[in-house]
Design a protein around this ligand. Structure first.
Ligand code: ASP
Length: 331
């Protein structure tokens, strides 16, 4: 008998929201699928080569931050003042060590800055120019704020200002399709990843530009440990996307993890319970959840969530809408 290969697994999301089949052109869908595939394969390579779950999570997120199609890194949404203010966090489920940055405007890959905060500082969260100085000292790539500019995000800001909206917005629409949105048509574009490595360790990370037209230094759930991100080997790794304020108010990621740990709740049920609480206070979004056996649940209460998963066999599974695009593995 040969020893059983320990499970490895990586799951990602690229935001949940009112994604509509009739508005998603084949070209746009292809663009999303291509980046999700590359993200999964990049994280998988880290895991297959014996890398850690935190490195796999960071590598998978860097691909999505570097792509203009997601609301993280390049292509992030604009604040009211016309800036890209980025938030990110990461957590190691073995040590409960964590790192985060918020409202940074010049760090090319905020997730790497969050990882550096976790690994190379005694702190958990650094913000603004302080975080940028730290990232530069760590040798991370610093860019001009204009690096993050993408025209359709700029157009979205103008639209949001006209409509006096503070919008969670994935922007799947082409410019000609952009119309005043109803609440149900809003989209969320944060990216995130959870991973299980060969050593049995879990990690989670999340990165975002936040909300279009946000003001006054608004920060959402993404860089807040226990809200947008959480990982604990005793329960699960989680990354969230959605209406950040409600995810903070429900301590969404921690709440989901503690239900699994203390109640032994199945992952999908724990995620759905949390999403129901979020819905009850007027929020919406999604959660990706992974445990140390490699079981996962990718749940959302919106019309769609960009998501994907890969395991030992290296086969990429990607889903956008509800249904069976991804094999159910949740226990
Ligand atoms: N949760 C993010 C925030 O509130 C937004 C998103 O998921 O799209 O900043």
């Amino acid at each position: 008998m040969t020893a059983k290969t320990p499970p490895i697994r990586l799951a990602i999301h690229g935001g949940a929201g009112g994604i509509r089949r009739d508005k998603l052109t084949p070209e746009r869908e292809q663009a999303f699928v291509q980046v999700l595939t590359q993200s999964l394969q990049t994280g998988y390579q880290v895991l297959v080569q014996g890398g850690t779950s935190t490195d796999a999570v960071a590598a998978a997120i860097v691909i999505m931050e570097d792509s203009p199609v997601f609301n993280a890194g390049k292509g992030a949404v604009f604040s009211h003042e016309g800036h890209n203010e980025l938030d990110a966090s990461i957590m190691d489920g073995a040590s409960l060590n964590a790192g985060a940055v918020a409202a940074v405007t010049t760090i090319r890959n905020p997730i790497l800055a969050a990882q550096a905060v976790m690994t190379n500082s005694p702190h958990v969260m650094l913000i603004g120019t302080g975080a940028e100085h730290f990232a530069a000292e760590q040798g991370l790539e610093i860019v001009e704020p204009s690096y993050f500019f993408v025209q359709h995000r700029w157009n979205q800001l103008q639209k949001a200002k006209e409509n006096e909206q503070i919008a969670l917005d994935h922007d799947l629409e082409t410019e000609s399709q952009t119309q005043a949105k109803t609440q149900n048509d809003e989209k969320h574009g944060t990216v995130g990843s959870v991973a299980l490595d060969h050593y049995g360790n879990l990690a989670a990370g999340t990165s975002t530009g936040g909300l279009t037209n946000k003001r006054f230094g608004r920060i959402g759930d993404t860089p807040i440990i226990g809200a947008g991100t959480y990982a604990d080997n005793r329960s699960v790794a989680i990354s969230a996307t959605g209406t950040g304020e409600m995810f903070i108010r429900t301590a969404a990621a921690y709440q989901t993890a503690i239900q699994v740990r203390l109640q032994n709740m199945p992952l999908a049920q724990a995620a759905d319970d949390t999403l129901a609480e979020i819905a009850a206070i007027g929020g919406e979004g999604g959660l990706i959840v992974l445990n140390a056996k490699g079981d996962y649940a990718l749940r959302f209460n919106t019309s769609g969530m960009f998501r994907g998963v890969i395991g030992n066999d290296g086969i990429v599974h990607i889903g956008i809408f509800p249904g069976n695009e991804i094999p159910a593995q949740s226990r």
